[in-house]
Design a binder for this molecule. Structure first.
Ligand code: PLP
Length: 369
């Protein structure tokens, strides 16, 4: 039986009754856009993250874009982030008219190397955008102290960080504004696109609310240029049901990661390293090996599918060549892109499926030794 990179059907089977009932309630309510479910989900998710305000939007990309716009980022500004991330981190920056600037990653955790931040700051730098990649947080103590010193804003990209903790603080609660994705594969994923902006600041909250709704505060009257980026009632209702299980799902992810850690530790694979102060939420269980492509091929032959996030650093992609980076500029990012891959890990992965992955990997690794 094939083992997928990700599979929502088993989870859905467990929650079907509640989710279908929530969908039915929305359809029967007579209200489809920006209603009670969106408001309640904004409150519930903000509370889960220990933040005051939430603004539901269309996607994680829009949450980043609207968050940056709310901070006033635009043409002429520079935003520091990493090249080892999903393309939307960078495309959201570019959509504001600002220029992304990259720092390299820590090769052990694949997260932003915060020791490189100060050297990347220029007169144009307006924001640092750390990405809490694969389910664990960037060192936000470093990011925030550097940002304070240079009086620049911080926006956390939490698309992969739902429920991750840094010294007890939730991802998304450690900066002026943060952005989440509810894309189906995410730790908290819906059945379509969705995202949320979180903030503690009323001014940023109200600005983000206007930006997602044509710049309007009052219906039909725009007080500024805005966009259309609304989370809809159906998705909010589904996400409210899924939020009830989020903590349990994260604990399951941590347990599955513990099994991989224990049983793969002497195989020659480099296993994920948890950064200091983190509760890793294991959005992805990222391994590393110089012969990655061969390992992936052999797993595929046994019907085990794995994921590579990300095979191409963004600064080397055709679409972003104009930024002026060259191969060799971010050596740790570039090397990791050739060697990392992630094993199947999601709450509905069964013990026997996981043992199948482990046994197959062990025999591949023995042959490679
Ligand atoms: C790190 C990161 N940032 C941003 C996004 C964008 O989220 P969405 O796909 O909901 O637009 C994603 C999802 O792919 C992501 O992984």
């Amino acid at each position: 039986m094939s083992i997928k990179v990700w599979d929502y059907l088993v989870e859905y089977a467990h929650e079907k009754k509640q989710i279908n009932a929530a969908i039915q309630r929305v359809l029967d309510s007579g209200w489809l856009i920006l209603g009670n479910n969106v408001r309640e989900f904004e409150n519930e998710f903000a509370r889960y993250c220990s933040v005051t305000y939430g603004v539901g939007v269309n996607s994680g990309t829009d949450a980043l874009f609207i968050g940056l716009k709310a901070l006033g980022i635009g043409p002429g500004d520079e935003v520091i982030t990493v090249s080892n991330t999903a393309v939307p981190t960078v495309s959201a920056i570019v959509s504001t008219g600002a220029t992304p600037r990259f720092v390299d990653i820590d090769p052990a955790t694949y997260l932003m190397d915060t020791s490189m931040l100060e050297d990347a700051i220029t007169k144009k730098t307006r924001c640092i955008l750390p990405v809490h990649l694969f389910g664990q947080c960037v060192n936000m103590r470093d990011v925030n102290s550097i940002a304070r010193k240079h009086r620049i804003a911080v926006l956390e990209d939490c698309a992969q960080g739902h429920g991750a903790l840094f010294y007890g603080k939730k991802a998304g609660s450690m900066s002026a504004i943060s952005a989440f994705s509810f894309y189906p594969t995410k730790i908290l994923g819906g059945f379509g696109d969705g995202g949320m902006v979180l903030t503690r600041t009323k001014r940023l909250y109200e600005k983000a609310q206007r930006l997602r709704f044509y710049g309007m505060k009052k219906t039909y009257y725009a007080i500024e240029h805005g966009y259309n980026s609304r989370l809809d009632e159906l998705h909010a209702a589904i996400l409210r049901e899924k939020l009830k299980h989020l903590e349990g799902y994260i604990l399951k992810r941590i347990q599955l990661a513990g099994v991989y850690d224990a049983l793969l530790k002497d195989t020659g694979l480099i296993l994920p390293r948890t950064a200091a102060g983190n509760r890793h939420a294991y959005y992805l269980y990222v391994c590393r090996h110089a012969q990655r492509d061969r390992i992936i091929d052999e797993l595929k032959q046994k019907d085990i599918l794995v994921n590579v996030s990300y095979p191409w650093p963004i600064h080397t992609m055709t679409g972003y060549r104009y930024l002026g980076y060259r191969r060799g500029d971010l050596p740790h990012t570039e090397k990791a892109a050739k060697e990392i891959f992630s094993l199947p890990l999601y709450p509905s992965l069964t013990g026997s499926q996981q043992m199948n992955v482990i046994d197959t990997l062990k025999s591949i690794m023995k042959r490679l030794a």
